[in-house]
Design a protein around this ligand. Sequence first.
Ligand code: S3P
Length: 432
Amino acid sequence: MIIITNPPQKFSGELVVSGDKSITHRAMMLGALAQGLTEITGHLDAEDCLSTLRCLQQLGTKINTRGSKLLIEGRNMVFNEPAEILNAGNSGTTARLLMGILSGQSFKTTLTGDQSLQRRPMKRVAEPLRSMGAVVDGDEDGDTLPLTVQGGTLKAIHYNSPRASAQVKSAVLLAGLYADGITTVEEPYPSRNHSELMLKQFGAHVKSSGSKASVEGQSQLKGCQLKVPGDISAAAFFMVAAAIVSESDLFLKDVGINPTRSGVIDVLKSMGAEIEISNERSWGFEPVADIHVKGGSKLNSTSIGGSLVPRLIDEIPVLAVAAAFAEGETVISDAAELKVKESDRITELSSQLRKLGVNITEKDDGMIIKGGSTLSGTEVDSCGDHRIAMALAVAGLAAQGETTVHNADVIGISFPGFMPSLRSLIVKKPFN
Ligand code: S3P
């Protein structure tokens, strides 16, 4: 449970947010697949990434720490048959990307997850992997965990994915590493491209342009040194907090601004938030920058849909909070994927924000938020979803009175340092 009291006067200071979750998962997995040692710094130490780490260890990967570094001894594509079921916990990325890797192994593995993950669709990954030659079995024709994956000889495919999903794309590309020939995934819109960029860094032959990515099978991955940028999905909570609390002045350092992830910056800017990007550079192939947000600007409503959605899918809960403080009606469309995230984010987020006084209407593929109501602190619930918990805490910052977020321990899934960081930036109004 977390309690947010009294609106702060401002939200100010400097912060280095935790490492990017998507990039950390991939760094661990590609490090395990490679030949030789991979050294990772800046990785995210949170429950989801620990799920990936534990599964890789169960598959025989040796992983050690030296100071702040994570050292992965690569297995050169071949893993050991695990003695026990692999458990991806709450992490969709762990489960789906591992399914791709397991498709290339010569043994059968059982994979499961927590209650939330057991409700999430897996056939979107099972189907293309089956067409490559893997045998994926489970309830509802392999749509839900627990699942078994029997790997084998794989053939390269050209997969036209019906949705923009980096998890599906990455699973197919990882399986493609084991096939002969070139495996290609084409999506309706580009999804995050961390797998492609990192595969390139490990020396694989990868090509990508627009919404199409290809990998050459039997590419040799070589262990390397990786520095993980700050997570823009974590930074987004602080960006919105600074934008909605007047007089705020916030510096976020070393944040990943990969264009396939940075939709939240574009949207907040288009709503009128004062955001400046500086010190742009690259860590490996990933673009990184510092972000300066000043509060006090009047926010306007916006509309979010189409190709913008995959560029900010995980930031929609906190963008809905920004919309609640904007003038006019914000419409979010083409985001039905929100229903199959860690919770049904359309229904759960709407019901919790409504308790705080937000005027929000659910749609099949998104929501409509009428901004401008005064929010009043009350008791809300994370609904078991880490991003809803953090979005509600941010809403509570700008609500009148006290907001209590129940079941907030789920924040540890992606951002254990969230509350200490938030509290360190709060500057309270002096007593009258
Ligand atoms: C992720 C991709 C996205 C995102 C998830 C992480 C990844 O999911 O929502 O939190 O690391 O590849 P989809 O690929 O299902 O859109």
